[in-house]
Unconditional design. Structure first.
Length: 138
């Protein structure tokens, strides 16, 4: 069934967040719930991979909206989220993350520097419009 004008098609949802697709943009809107069970995270990633295989991602950009996500900086949690980012971010043309606060921006910038790889390609923003402009620029 075609999407109704003005309604963005949701392609994935669980307690961790919702994923929608807008033309050349994939948006992950993170929920406020922390990742407690590894199995729940892996199920989300498996479903994400099935819906957005690597070959499809080449023409798409990913916006990770973490404004409602829990702020955590324990090393074990950061490592789990880095592994998730490696899977989710692989293959996309551009990557951006939306943060709610300047503290979140500092944390995202620190992780970019420390982790390298895909994390280094993840541009942090506080403005959704600026993030969209960056992701959709050619």
């Amino acid at each position: 069934m075609p999407a109704t004008l003005g309604v963005v098609p949701e392609i994935l949802r669980n307690s961790l967040g919702v994923v929608v697709r807008e033309s050349q943009l994939v948006i992950l809107k993170r929920s406020a719930l922390p990742v407690v069970l590894e199995a729940e995270l892996l199920d989300f990633l498996d479903r994400f991979d099935a819906l957005l295989p690597l070959l499809l991602r080449r023409e798409l950009s990913l916006l990770m909206d973490m404004r409602e996500g829990p702020m955590r900086n324990e090393p074990e949690y950061e490592e789990r989220m880095n592994r998730a980012l490696l899977r989710m971010g692989s293959g996309f043309r551009r990557l951006a993350v939306l943060m709610k606060s300047s503290v979140g921006m500092l944390q995202a910038s620190r992780l970019r520097r420390e982790r390298g790889g895909i994390a280094a390609a993840l541009r942090p923003f506080q403005s959704e419009q600026e993030a969209r402009d960056y992701l959709l620029a050619h």
